[in-house]
Design a protein around this ligand. Structure first.
Ligand code: HEM
Length: 307
């Protein structure tokens, strides 16, 4: 397919993932652009080598990278991540140029592709951070609740995540919103399960949604389950996964969508709240040291920079 979307956007949830944040090195932009044209084939070669591991990758560019790397028109909604300071949480956006999101069902495959992708850039990028993620139990966040249940399914995943005629220059591109959430698990684990369930608006063990009439205005699923002016559900495709070591643990929140505006509306509803100031009480138990928006173009965009 000439205008293929990048493989990591719509594929089903993985059991292993890595997020690598990179910055461009000044003066090396030409080398970096040439490397981009090699990425689709490199990814395909590794997919063949690690056949059966559901190995996928995406590369996304922030507004800061776009302005220095590309002369092509900026995707319609590529802008800075919103600066939000709420009752419980403050999002700290950071100026990062590039995000690599690699995932599979086997750690060795994720590792091999991540390493190859970073190595091929040689000295044209600086690695700012790497976060390795894993599947926890039956796709649960470390707070113990199943994450991803209400995600779009089947063909609807592409409809939610991929740009079509909204931005004709960038058909099959997508916007990746990435946030690192570091949980205060001792604080969360001291909360009785019934109260945890109210905070999510779902049951913990069986993952059943509370009836709308029983959901608190502060429940996470109340604050994020939103509709537009025509009564249509606002949807994003979440590919979040837990990460953790003995020092820091939480969720790498990642969502793909045809516009970042939906994510922005949800995040505002969580952090700043509704017209009555009702915010998301899940935010009492976590902090957000990182947030960025990246544009993930179709493969044809990457291929055009052939040397
Ligand atoms: C639902 C966890 C942050 C958007 C859920 C669910 C869990 C969860 C367990 C219920 C099951 C499901 O996936 O449907 C978390 C955690 C977060 C977090 C632990 C960070 C601490 C966010 C953010 C957004 C978001 C930042 C978007 C701005 C959603 C949406 C749903 C959802 C749209 C589905 C709501 C529905 O239709 O019922 N989340 N989430 N989440 N979350 Fe989050």
């Amino acid at each position: 397919m000439p205008n293929q979307p990048q493989s990591g956007i719509c594929a089903e949830a993985s059991s292993d993932a890595t997020f690598v944040l990179l910055n461009c090195i000044k003066g090396k932009e030409h080398t970096l652009r040439e490397v981009l044209s090699k990425l689709p084939d490199l990814i395909e070669r590794k997919q063949n080598k690690f056949a059966g591991t559901q190995l996928y990758a995406t590369i996304g560019f922030s507004v800061y990278a776009w302005d220095t790397l590309f002369s092509q028109p900026k995707p319609k909604h590529l802008e800075a991540f919103p600066i939000l300071k709420g009752e419980f949480i403050e999002v700290e956006p950071e100026q990062i140029d590039i995000c690599l999101h690699v995932r599979s069902i086997r750690r060795d495959a994720t590792f091999a592709l991540t390493r190859a992708l970073v190595d091929i850039f040689e000295d044209s990028v600086e690695v700012k951070s790497q976060t390795d993620c894993f599947k926890y139990l039956d796709n649960r966040d470390l707070t113990g609740f199943v994450d991803g249940t209400e995600n779009p399914q089947g063909d609807n995943r592409a409809q939610v995540a991929l740009i079509q005629n909204e931005d004709p220059n960038y058909v099959n591109g997508s916007y990746l919103n990435l946030m690192k959430f570091v949980h205060d698990l001792p604080k969360w684990e001291s909360v009785p399960v019934e109260k945890q369930e109210q905070i999510y608006g779902r049951t913990k063990e069986e993952d059943i949604e509370f009836p709308a009439s029983e959901k608190s205005v502060h429940a996470h699923t109340k604050r994020t389950s939103l509709k537009d002016d025509q009564g249509q559900s606002l949807e994003i495709l979440r590919q979040s996964m837990p990460f953790g070591n003995l020092y820091e643990k939480g969720l790498m929140f990642a969502s793909y969508a045809k516009t970042p505006e939906i994510f922005n509306t949800m995040l505002k509803s969580m952090i700043i709240g509704d017209e009555d100031g009702n915010t998301d009480h899940l935010m009492k138990y976590t902090r957000a040291p990182y947030g960025s928006l990246f544009f993930v173009p179709a493969n044809s965009f990457l291929r055009q920079f052939t040397p």
